[in-house]
Design a protein around this ligand. Structure first.
Ligand code: AMP
Ligand code: TRP
Length: 351
C-alpha cells in the first residue's frame, strides 16, 4: 500500500495557480452573468493565469431542458464568452459533458459529501421550494458535481457571483474530507473570487431579487441577446422609487432598486459605487436612467453584435468547444485517474 502523504492541509504552495469557472447554458446569458462572472473571467485570462471555463450542460439538466434549446443555448453561451473577450487559445473553453472526468469525479464526491451538507444548500432549497419530493436527484447532488468541476483541475481560484459562495464552501468541505479520509494532501482548498461592484446584480423589477435567466419576466433582466432599443427600454422602465439619487452611499441603504442601478452603472463604467454617487448624486432617475441606458448599450451592443456574427458559423463554435474539451481532458484525466487509485479502484484495462 502506498504511504499516505502527510503534507499539512494549509500548504497551498504545492498547487499551481489555476482558475476554473462555469456557467449553466440553461437560458440566455444575462447582464448579471456578464458583470458578476464573464467580465471577470476575461480579466483573469488577461492577467495571464491559466484559465479553464466551462459551459455546464450537465448542471443545466438538473431541471428540465428541451434538447434542441439546450444545444442552441450552449452554442450561444460559447459565442457570448468569445464575444465578451474569452480567447479560446489563451483560455480553455468547452462544454462539461464532453469531458467525462466531471461525471466520474462527481460520483466519488457523492460518496464523500454528506446528505446533511447538501440539505443546507440555499440554492437547492430555493429551487426545490415546497416541491422537494418531486425535483430530480441531480438537483440535490448539484453541488457535488460543481466541486468535481473545480477539483478535476485542482483549481485554486474560482471567480463567481455572490450566490455561489455557499457552493464554494461546500467544495472546500468535500476537498478537506477527501484529503482527510484518505490521508492525502491531494486537493487544494479552492478560494472563491467574489469581487467588484456587481457581485449580485438584482432584478430590474424587484431590487430584492437576483437578476436571473430563469425569471418568468423578461423585463426583469437584460439579456446578452437584447438589441440596443430593448436594453434602453428595459432600463428606462426599471422599477425605482420617486426620490433622486442620494449624495452618499449611506443614502442607498434602504433603496434596493436605486442601489442596484448605481452598482450596475459602476460595474459597466469600471468605477466604484462611491464614484458614481460623486458624479450623479442628487440626479433624478429621469436623467440617471438615460445615462445608464447609454452606458449599457455602449458596453453590451458590441458584444451582442459579435455574438450574433459568431452564431452564423455553428460548426466553428462546435470545433472550438471540441478542441477546448480535448485540452481540458488532458488536465483532468490524470487527476481523476489518480483519484481512482487513491480510493482503491483497480485500473488494469489495456487501452
Ligand atoms: P448561472 O447563470 O446560475 O450558471 O451563473 C453563472 C455565474 O454568473 C455564476 O458565477 C453566478 O454567480 C453569476 N451570476 C448569475 N446571476 C448573477 C447576478 N444576478 N449577479 C451577479 N452574478 C450572477
Ligand atoms: N453553480 C454555478 C451557477 O449556477 C455554475 C457552476 C457549475 C460553476 N460548476 C461550476 C461555477 C464550477 C464555478 C465553478 O452559477
Amino acid at each position: 500500500m502506498a504511504e499516505p502523504v502527510q503534507t499539512p492541509q494549509s500548504s497551498q504552495t504545492a498547487f499551481k495557480p489555476r482558475i476554473f469557472s462555469g456557467i449553466q447554458p440553461s437560458g440566455g446569458l444575462t447582464l448579471g452573468n456578464y458583470l458578476g462572472a464573464l467580465k471577470r473571467f476575461v480579466e483573469k485570462q488577461n492577467e495571464g493565469i491559466e484559465t479553464v471555463y466551462c459551459l455546464v450542460d450537465m448542471h443545466a439538466i438538473t431541471v428540465w431542458q428541451d434538447p434542441a434549446k439546450l444545444r442552441q443555448q450552449t452554442r450561444e453561451a460559447a459565442a457570448g464568452f468569445i464575444a465578451a473577450g474569452i480567447d479560446p487559445v489563451r483560455s480553455i473553453l468547452f462544454n462539461q459533458s464532453q469531458v467525462t472526468a466531471h461525471a466520474e469525479l462527481a460520483w466519488i464526491f457523492n460518496c464523500v459529501a454528506r446528505m446533511g451538507w447538501m440539505s443546507r444548500m440555499t440554492q437547492f432549497k430555493d429551487k426545490a421550494g415546497k416541491n422537494s419530493e418531486n425535483v430530480s436527484l441531480g438537483l440535490f447532488a448539484y453541488p457535488a458535481l460543481m466541486a468535481a468541476d473545480i477539483l478535476a483541475y485542482k483549481a485554486t481560484h474560482v471567480p463567481v457571483g455572490e450566490d455561489q459562495k455557499q457552493h464554494l464552501e461546500l467544495c472546500r468541505d468535500i476537498a478537506a474530507k477527501f484529503n482527510n479520509d484518505f490521508g492525502v494532501a491531494f486537493f487544494p482548498m479552492t478560494e472563491p473570487l467574489i469581487e467588484g461592484a456587481a457581485t449580485r446584480v438584482m432584478s430590474l423589477r424587484d431590487g430584492t431579487k437576483k437578476m436571473s435567466k430563469s425569471d418568468p419576466s423578461d423585463q426583469s433582466r437584460i439579456n446578452l441577446t437584447d438589441d440596443a432599443d430593448t436594453i434602453a427600454k428595459k432600463i428606462r422602465k426599471a422599477k425605482t422609487d420617486p426620490e433622486p439619487l442620494p449624495s452618499d452611499l449611506e443614502g442607498l441603504k434602504d433603496r434596493p432598486e436605486a442601489r442596484n442601478l448605481v452598482n450596475i452603472y459602476a460595474a459597466l463604467a469600471g468605477m466604484t459605487a462611491e464614484e458614481v454617487i460623486r458624479d450623479h448624486g442628487g440626479a433624478p432617475f429621469g436623467s440617471f436612467k438615460p445615462a445608464l441606458a447609454d452606458l449599457a448599450v455602449s458596453v453590451m451592443s458590441p458584444i451582442t453584435t459579435e455574438m450574433n456574427r459568431l452564431m452564423q458559423d455553428v460548426a466553428e463554435i462546435d470545433r472550438i468547444l471540441g478542441e477546448g474539451a480535448a485540452r481540458a481532458d488532458a488536465i483532468a484525466r490524470p487527476i481523476v485517474d489518480e483519484v481512482y487509485d487513491i480510493v482503491g479502484m483497480i485500473r488494469s484495462r489495456v487501452i
